[in-house]
Design a binder for this molecule. Structure first.
Ligand code: C2E
Ligand code: MG
Ligand code: MG
Length: 572
């Protein structure tokens, strides 16, 4: 065993040496007669234990103990020796990392050896504890899948970074990155493949990240980078460009090539937020915007962005309550028979009377309803309200020639709704409305990414006698060929075409061709958004079947509709 004895008192050193010798254990003891010498020796050699005098001339033993303990990982056990039997002093020494404390007057061979072996044992236990603590720390701070720092470490680093940046008057940036459509990989290839992909992504992201900046995996497919000491904001832009291009090459996972992109949100301190929690929220807001903006891009946080997203979050929250609070209602826009110029149908158009924000148009809230799945409940409410309304008109304007149609917009999401046909069936029979009175309007995009199930559903609806219309025709990408394969009976030509009908000869030719083609398929044509007499005349000369638009009437309440069309409807 190698021992270092640090004591300035020669007599004390000698008595200690004697006691050690008496113990009979083989011992290699190095003596140091000052704190400085002891410190020096402890740096050069590896000792199994240090015997340290409490009273040293240049510094107290306690101070030296701190220096001995403050150095490297190598920390041999220390036994303090003192003339004093002050218990508080003994306790302080133990607290500062000594393993034992012996009063010099009690030093005997056996007492020393007992202290040495206790000290060594205690030291061993402390060391083991320290190691497991370090391991735990590693576990707590490192993401086991990718080896990157984890959320915990990121958050604490961010917390530390901000006060420092404030003192140094520097900026800090936080980049939040989320893989696009990662869920798809997990769902189709399984979680193990998802994990492989994540660790490959982590490796690629490491490339562009500067030493000193912290890349971490926040969890799931979300990564973050903390950029210290930012002097030029354009550096963040360059970094995010490099991050996105680092992901460009296909990934190889389980023999498959995967193309993966990411969306990025960026926020900076102190420009965007004054604390770490807000800064993360801002990056999250910007990330959300990148996703909405079509993915594979990076967005900086800004106040306007915040407001937009705030509004959207509020709308989403309030939309959940809109039905039960009776804030939704329907307006009806007449469709006019192109030849007789008499009303032939109505399109039900939803409105939302928000308690604070006022009247909100469907273009603003239907997309939210679709994303959140609320469209199913809202759609059902629309069906019920419109069909019920139609029944009351049927009863009021009862005549053998009553031939009004009710058109209802159907979102693509609703096609995936379970029991859609049953719901419609039930409502039609409850309110005694014949299926051929009901026209369902679907936009081109709703049918362009459809599948076999949806085609079957459309066929089933058509088989029941329900009329299917394609809405906003000309704005999507559906081909005429596609139309042939679906049981659509009505083609609604989008307003944008009608608007140019008078000026643009090419559009006019196209409309003529579409009209001719639709006729050969036996489809009816409805012109949407007809606002002027000239447009109306063109629609008539092109032999369109129905006209809908402000020229004849805007969408209106049921009462206004009845008032405006009572004569026409009664004389039918
Ligand atoms: P849409 O189905 O194409 O409905 C026609 C839209 O054009 C309506 O807007 C209507 O007010 C407007 N419009 C009609 N004639 C004219 C015109 O002459 N000039 C101009 N400038 N506009 C005209 P609205 O009511 O704001 O509805 C917008 C869209 O929201 C609808 O387009 C439809 O896609 C959707 N929507 C409305 N109600 C519902 C609903 O109950 N369910 C679903 N899923 N979507 C709905
Ligand atoms: Mg429509
Ligand atoms: Mg339309």
């Amino acid at each position: 065993m190698r021992l270092l004895l640090i004591d300035d008192d020669t007599l004390d050193r000698m008595s200690a040496m004697r006691a050690l010798k008496k113990s009979g254990d083989p011992m290699d003891v190095t003596e140091a007669c000052s704190a400085e010498e002891g410190l020096e020796l402890s740096k050069i050699h590896k000792f199994d234990l240090i015997l340290l005098d409490y009273q040293l001339p240049s510094m107290s033993g306690l101070e030296l103990l701190k220096l001995l303990r403050g150095g490297t990982n190598y920390n041999p056990p220390v036994v303090m020796l003192s003339h004093s039997d002050d218990e508080t002093l003994a306790l302080r020494c133990i607290e500062e990392g000594a393993q034992d404390f012996i009063i010099k007057s009690e030093v005997t061979g056996s007492r020393l050896m007992r202290a040495i072996s206790h000290a060594k044992e205690r030291y061993r236990i402390e060391q083991a504890l320290r190691e497991s603590h370090a391991k735990l720390r590693l576990l707590a701070e490192v993401d086991s899948l990718t080896g990157l720092a984890n959320r915990y470490m990121f958050e604490s680093a961010l917390k530390d970074a901000l006060p420092l940046a404030k003192r140094l008057k520097r900026s800090v940036a936080m980049v939040m990155l989320d893989l696009d459509k990662f869920k798809y990989v997990n769902d189709t290839l399984g979680h193990a493949a998802g994990d492989v992909l994540l660790s490959q992504v982590a490796k690629r992201l490491q490339g562009p990240v500067r030493d000193g900046d912290l890349l971490c995996r926040l969890g799931g497919d979300e990564f973050a980078i903390l950029i210290h000491d930012l002097d030029d904001i354009s550096k963040v832009r360059r970094l995010t460009d490099r991050l996105l291009s680092a992901l460009e090459a296909p990934f190889k996972v389980e023999g498959q090539e995967l193309i993966i992109s990411a969306s990025i949100g960026i926020s900076t301190y102190p420009e965007c937020a004054s604390d770490n929690i807000q800064l993360m929220k801002c990056a999250d807001v910007a990330l959300y915007r990148s996703k909405e903006g079509g993915r594979n891009q990076a967005q900086f946080y800004s106040r306007e962005l915040h407001d937009q997203i705030q509004t959207r979050i509020e709308l989403e929250r309030d939309l959940h309550l809109a039905i039960e609070r009776h804030e939704l209602f329907l307006h009806y826009q007449p469709q006019i028979d192109a030849q007789s110029e008499k009303v032939i149908g109505v399109e039900a158009l939803i409105r939302w009377q928000h308690p604070e924000k006022g009247l909100i148009s469907p273009d603003k809230f239907i997309p939210i309803a679709e994303e959140t799945g609320l469209i199913v409940d809202i759609g059902n409410w629309v069906f019920e309200t419109a069909i019920k309304q139609f029944q009351s008109w049927q009863l009021r304007f009862q005549s053998p020639n009553f031939n009004l149609l009710i058109a209802i917009n159907l979102s693509a999401i609703q096609l995936g709704q379970t029991g859609l046909i049953e719901t419609i069936d039930q409502l039609l029979s409850t309110f005694d409305v014949e299926p051929h009175r009901l026209e369902l309007e679907l936009t081109e995009s709703a049918i362009s990414d459809n599948n076999d199930l949806c085609i079957q559903l459309l066929k089933d609806l058509a088989d029941k006698g329900i009329v299917l219309a394609i809405d906003d025709f000309g704005t999507g990408y559906s081909s005429l060929q596609q139309l042939k394969n679906h049981p659509f009976k009505v083609l609604k030509i989008d307003r944008s075409f009608i608007q140019t009908i008078c000026e643009n000869k090419d559009d006019l030719q196209l409309l003529k061709a579409i009209g001719a083609f639709a006729k050969t398929l036996g489809m009816e044509i409805v012109a949407e958004g007809v606002e002027t007499e000239q447009q109306k005349n063109w629609c008539q000369s092109l032999q369109f079947d129905r006209i809908q638009g402000y020229y004849f009437a805007k969408p209106m309440s049921p009462a206004d509709f009845e008032k405006a069309y009572v004569d026409q409807l009664l004389s039918a």
